[in-house]
Design a protein around this ligand. Structure first.
Ligand SMILES: Cc1cc2nc3c(=O)[nH]c(=O)nc-3n(C[C@H](O)[C@H](O)[C@H](O)COP(=O)(O)OP(=O)(O)OC[C@H]3O[C@@H](n4cnc5c(N)ncnc54)[C@H](O)[C@@H]3O)c2cc1C
Length: 392
């Protein structure tokens, strides 16, 4: 069987891509070594621009039905004082979302299968097949341990930050940075919290709390990576040493009950990789990985899926030569990812807030309309121009 596209990796980047291509009538295989539903120690928060993709794909209601509430209220504290409010609406989107990955990834996989993609769960891709310098297929291990091959016009690596596809095609990384932060998180009951709270402390550290599925609140702390060994030696102590600097949050977390173990990592290096070549492309973390501090990874993965589906449609349908459409998409992806990549690297180095920013926050402190607009700046639902007019 000759596929049009084989997608390796079936989570935020791979499943939507497989779904969009299958909806256009292409023969797509979606291969993952995991089975679904399954959790990953990755992120949750989907920014407004990411939620818009879910709505456009007809999947927003499914996420909400998974018992995951929309996040409408935001609190943003730079160590001076918290500002709380409601960022302006964005293209009719009710709010941001922070689903558990076992819920989100499963419904994305299901949507791809409903569209006609062929799912191969429990199948680990080991290497790629080549004709000259062109990728033509995959060699993989089936759940029984047998080795099988499949042929295709394009292989897409959506296989995360340790991407085997990226390694096999020797995709050149650029703008690499080592891990700048480390983080731990877990889930608490009884916090009755329905807003996304971000506290960036001068210590420096970041504390984050947001509602996720089934009435649980995810609470996370990120530190400079230099603290990783000390944090790991006693996670709970290090976690509460930061939370205790935010007494209102610490009191609520202590009053609640932790439902799961702490999970965390310091494996957060940043890179952008060459995104395409003859017969291959990379999406999501396989193509670019950023420190998660600004929570852009899932939304960027959705954008990769949407844009690559269009480019592949042009190439596979013959409207454009396939290699040219892949090359153009790769250049475009590199340019599109750059602003969020550089912002994430900067934020992860915990720069002190500028005096201008602190003055601005103090000036709008008792003006709720200005606070709402200010919060929208950070979430991409308010432009600098409109904000400047509003507070002038
Ligand atoms: C601690 C942490 C917190 C984060 N917080 C946020 C956040 O709040 N918001 C946000 O937007 N982003 C966050 N991120 C980033 C976000 O999780 C990623 O950007 C996102 O998961 C990328 O999705 P993906 O589909 O590209 O890769 P992944 O989710 O990594 O999925 C890759 C898939 O490929 C499969 N795979 C790998 N190798 C093979 C192989 N050889 N054969 C077959 N299958 C294979 C894996 O089994 C996996 O299912 C966070 C990341 C971390 C680490």
């Amino acid at each position: 069987m000759m596929y049009d596209v084989i997608v390796v990796g079936a989570r935020c980047a791979g499943s939507p891509l497989a779904m969009l291509l299958a909806r256009k009538g292409y023969r797509v295989a979606l291969v993952d070594r995991a089975t679904f539903p399954s959790d990953v120690p990755h992120g949750h928060v989907i920014l407004y621009r990411g939620v818009r993709f879910l709505r456009d794909w007809g999947l927003l209601e499914r996420v909400e039905r998974s018992n995951c509430p929309p996040i409408r209220r935001h609190t943003f504290d730079l160590g001076d004082f918290p500002l709380s409010g409601f960022p302006p609406a964005y293209d009719g989107i009710p709010g941001e979302l922070a689903p558990r990955r076992y819920a989100l990834d499963k419904l994305l996989v299901d949507a791809a299968v409903e569209a006609g993609a062929e799912l191969r769960e429990g199948c680990a891709v080991e290497s790629l097949l080549w004709e000259g310098d062109r990728v033509t297929g995959i060699r993989y291990q089936t759940p029984t341990g047998a080795v099988a091959e499949e042929h295709t016009r394009v292989v897409v690596g959506a296989d995360g930050r340790h991407s085997r596809v990226a390694r096999a095609v020797s995709a050149t990384p650029y703008r690499e940075r080592p891990s700048l932060t480390c983080g731990y998180y877990s889930y608490w009951n009884g916090l009755a919290s329905d807003d996304l709270e971000v506290h960036i402390l001068p210590r420096p550290a970041l504390a984050l709390a947001f509602p996720t599925n089934d009435n649980l609140t995810c609470v996370a702390v990120q530190w400079p990576v230099a603290e990783f060994h000390a944090v790991r030696a006693n996670i709970e102590k290090a976690f509460f040493a930061v939370l205790d600097l935010i007494p209102s949050l610490a009191a609520r977390v202590r009053a609640g009950g932790r439902e799961e173990r702490f999970r965390g990592t310091a494996d957060l290096l940043s890179y952008i990789r060459q995104a395409s070549g003859p017969g291959w492309a990379l999406v999501g973390d396989a193509g670019a990985h950023k420190d998660p501090l600004l929570a852009t990874g899932i939304s960027d993965a959705f954008n990769d899926a949407a844009t690559l589906a269009e480019a592949l449609d042009s190439g596979l349908s013959g409207r454009e030569p396939l290699d040219a459409s892949l090359a153009a998409w790769g250049r475009q992806r590199g340019a599109t990812i750059l602003p969020s990549y550089e912002s994430s690297c900067l934020a992860a180095s915990f720069p002190p807030p500028s005096p201008e920013l602190l003055r601005l926050r103090a000036a709008i402190r008792r003006n709720q309309a200005a606070i709402d607009a200010f919060l929208g700046l950070g979430r991409g639902t308010m432009t600098d121009e409109v904000f400047t007019r509003l507070v002038a």
